[in-house]
Structures are given as structure tokens and as C-alpha cells.
Design a protein around this ligand. Structure first.
Ligand code: MLT
Length: 216
């Protein structure tokens, strides 16, 4: 079996040259179609690699098992994180994108596996937009994360993720050198227009930074 078979997925090539690839990671109960409208609002011309989580919780797809709300099966999380990284490697060969221009766009459970990837194998991604992410696990050893850029877009009154959880995740990602912006939205766990606005602005900055740092 090829690592590409690890996840049901959907690929859309970029409409223009010089665009990043967005790795779309849905929330619990979503699938590979869920975040495409959001991705098109944030990055109309980017390539999209949209992935379906391969764990089922009462029929609802997720990216890793949990024991209950907010309490994760850490062995399963570690295994699925490495599998997602292997899947990304295989997909980059199949579809011809570079991990240096691959940004996660994850919501809730999808943002949590993106955070796990950035904590475990940061070289798999250039960074990402993580909406309503929490600390997936506390790493034992620091990992080099220089050059990775992350937007955390969090709900000020999120009943699942207290502000201290988002602040801790931001601190963990900064250890090892990632650049992290923590943007607070006035809502709870649900996606808001503020997330879209923050994501669009952050991505425009990311692209302008890439253009100015790439050789002529
Ligand atoms: C998770 O399980 O990843 C978080 O609790 C978010 C969710 O999917 O509800």
C-alpha cells in the first residue's frame, strides 16, 4: 500500500503560479469537502490538498482517537501524526508541491492534528492557519521549528479551549523558533467571519514575505 492510500483526499491544482498549497484538515464529523469553501475565501488561487480523517467516532471522521471531549488517546495521536506526515510526503511527489510552500488550514480536530504535526515533524509543513486549536500533547524534547509560521485563531469565549490553552500552544510552537501570531475572535468554538478576515490577512503577509525572501 502507498502512503497516499492512508487518507481519502481531494486535490485541486493552483489557478496561478507562485501560490502555496493548503492542507485542509476538517473538524470532527467533517470530510474532505468541508473546508473547501473556507479555503477559497482565504486563498482563491492556491492548490488544495484536502484530507479526510481516518478515525471514526460514532460514524464521525476525526484525525485521531479521543477518550472523551478534550482528552486524547496520545498513542493514537502519535501514530496518526506520523501517518499524516508520510501521507504528505507521498502526496508531494504525486501532485508536485513542495513542503516549503505547504500550509495547514485546520479547524478544531483538524487544527489539533496540525499542531501535533508542527510539534512532532515541523519539516512536513511551512506552517499554517490553525482555527480553534488546543495543546495536543506536551512534548518531552524541543524540536527545531525555525522558519515555520503559524496563525492561531481562537475564540475568546470558547467553552472547549480556555485562553490559557491557546497561550500554552503558542508558547510551545515558539519554542524551537516558529513565528506565531495569536489572534482572538469575539466568539466561541464556531468559525466566524473574523477567522476568515484574520486568515486572509495572515496569508497575504506570508506570501509577501515568501516573495521578498526568495532569490530573484
Ligand atoms: C478534538 O477532539 O480534537 C477537540 O476536542 C476538538 C473537537 O473535535 O471537538
Amino acid at each position: 500500500m502507498s502512503a497516499l492510500d492512508l487518507h481519502v483526499h481531494h486535490w485541486e491544482p493552483a489557478a496561478e503560479q507562485g501560490q502555496p498549497t493548503l492542507l485542509l484538515l476538517h473538524g470532527t464529523g467533517g470530510d474532505e469537502h468541508d473546508l473547501i469553501p473556507l479555503a477559497r475565501l482565504v486563498a482563491p488561487a492556491a492548490s488544495l490538498l484536502s484530507v479526510r480523517g481516518n478515525v471514526l467516532e460514532q460514524g464521525m471522521p476525526r484525525f485521531f482517537r479521543r477518550l472523551r471531549e478534550g482528552v486524547f488517546d496520545l498513542d493514537d495521536l502519535a501514530r496518526r501524526t506520523l501517518e499524516l506526515s508520510d501521507f504528505i510526503d507521498a502526496a508531494s511527489v504525486q501532485y508536485g508541491f513542495s513542503p516549503d510552500a505547504l500550509l495547514a488550514l485546520g479547524f478544531s480536530n483538524g487544527a489539533n492534528i496540525a499542531a501535533s504535526l508542527l510539534l512532532t515533524r515541523p519539516q512536513a509543513l511551512a506552517g499554517g492557519i490553525l482555527i480553534r486549536a488546543m495543546v495536543p500533547f506536551e512534548p518531552e524534547t524541543p524540536v527545531e521549528r525555525r522558519g515555520r509560521r503559524v496563525l492561531l485563531s481562537q475564540g475568546r469565549t470558547d467553552p472547549l479551549i480556555p485562553p490559557s490553552g491557546a497561550e500554552r500552544l503558542s508558547e510551545l510552537l515558539r519554542q524551537g523558533g516558529a513565528e506565531v501570531e495569536l489572534a482572538w475572535q469575539p466568539g466561541g468554538h464556531a468559525l466566524t467571519q473574523g477567522d476568515v478576515t484574520a486568515a486572509r490577512r495572515w496569508l497575504a503577509e506570508w506570501m509577501s514575505n515568501e516573495r521578498s525572501s526568495s532569490p530573484e
